[in-house]
Design a protein around this ligand. Structure first.
Ligand code: UDP
Ligand code: MG
Length: 334
């Protein structure tokens, strides 16, 4: 099984890395015995990266494709744009800063050929700051808890996806996406392999503190609406505690007498807590509706068909599926 390959790379102000990046990717592509292409997406760079990408595409039009966005839309949007221009049976994503060595791509392809839909990577001796690593650690643990998909390193973008997974992601209309999590929500078989990780070859990280926080929220809302449901649980807890509090107050009132209860002030607190709880429950209910609206707005495919085996007399007369079958797209050049 040797399907064609698209390598998708988002580029944002990476001028000093581009020559080496393209050179190394092309070398890897040529060493493979499959059809391949390199899809470079310029995410609104202002340092001349886009001109360099266009030059590269013109120099090797059979293999290199440049897509230039008119402004900066963020890494994940740039990758999604790359997906929609990729024609390969297998799509590999990586970063433009050479932190993910392109030489690891054959390893990823091997894992895909073994029957996996998504191949993630674990960065060996990671070359990032302590703060950056802490952020990743938090993300990975959170995702593991909520999606149940065991992956150790959601942050590493050196990943391989099979075509049906890419098509499924392209059908999602949501704007805030975290691609590795989205991909896993459609994948049946996933695996992770260990890859080496280098220091950023040139330039600086594009993720400052606020962008990282934003990314964490994208990730959270991409995978779960549980925080909305949490409101209901908090409300139920507060209400139950207030009822217990009321019971204790009543008992103490009889044991210790009327003066102890501070002329009913404590009782007022119990009543107040009860209504605070009720308010939380009401917010939680609104949250439940919001979660459903959120799901509908995202418009993710409900399911994705692998294949249909239909030899019945009515074959072909079924109503067209709301989710599409896999489009017939193939790499044409070699
Ligand atoms: N990137 C992008 N748009 C952005 C920010 C980043 O296309 O708005 C690209 C960037 O050029 C690089 C990749 O996304 O190829 C990862 O960015 P970076 O290396 O800065 O992130 P880090 O390694 O710090 O997570
Ligand atoms: Mg990087």
């Amino acid at each position: 099984m040797t399907g064609s390959l698209s390598i998708v790379i988002p580029v944002y102000n990476e001028i000093d890395n581009l020559d080496e990046l393209i050179h190394r990717c092309v070398e890897v592509g040529q060493s493979l015995d499959r059809t391949w292409e390199l899809v470079l997406v310029d995410d609104g760079s202002r340092d001349g990266s886009s001109e360099r990408l266009i030059e590269a595409a013109e120099a090797d039009p059979d293999h290199v494709k440049a897509v230039i966005l008119n402004r900066n839309y963020g890494q994940h949007n740039a990758v999604i744009c790359g997906f929609s221009h990729a024609n390969g049976d297998i799509v590999v994503t990586l970063d433009a800063d050479l932190q993910n060595p392109p030489e690891e791509i054959p390893q990823l392809l091997k894992a895909i050929d073994e029957g996996n839909d998504v191949v993630g990577t674990i960065r060996m001796n990671r070359q990032d700051s302590v703060f950056r690593r802490f952020a990743s650690w938090t993300i990975n643990h959170l995702v593991k808890k909520t999606t149940g998909v065991m992956m150790h390193d959601y942050g590493c973008m050196l990943r391989a996806y099979r075509r049906p997974i890419v098509d499924a992601m392209l059908q999602c209309r949501e704007r805030s996406t975290f691609i590795p999590v989205l991909a896993n929500s459609f994948a049946k078989r996933t695996t992770e392999i260990e890859v080496s990780h280098a220091e950023r070859s040139a330039g600086t990280s594009k993720y400052g503190f606020m962008r990282l926080i934003n990314l964490q929220f994208d990730l959270l809302t991409c995978m779960t609406t549980f925080p909305l449901r949490l409101l209901t649980w908090v409300g139920v807890m507060i209400s139950m505690l207030s009822v217990a509090f009321g019971g204790v107050l009543l008992a103490l009132r009889f044991i210790l007498g009327a003066e102890w209860a501070a002329a009913g002030v404590f009782t007022l607190f119990a009543v107040l807590f009860f209504f605070v709880g009720v308010q939380f429950i009401a917010m939680g209910l609104v949250g439940e509706y919001l979660a459903r609206v959120h799901n509908d707005v995202r418009g993710r495919p409900r399911y994705f068909i692998d294949s249909v085996h239909d030899e019945t007399v009515l074959a072909g007369s079924a109503r067209p599926d709301e989710t599409t079958e896999r489009p017939k797209r193939r790499l044409v050049h070699s």
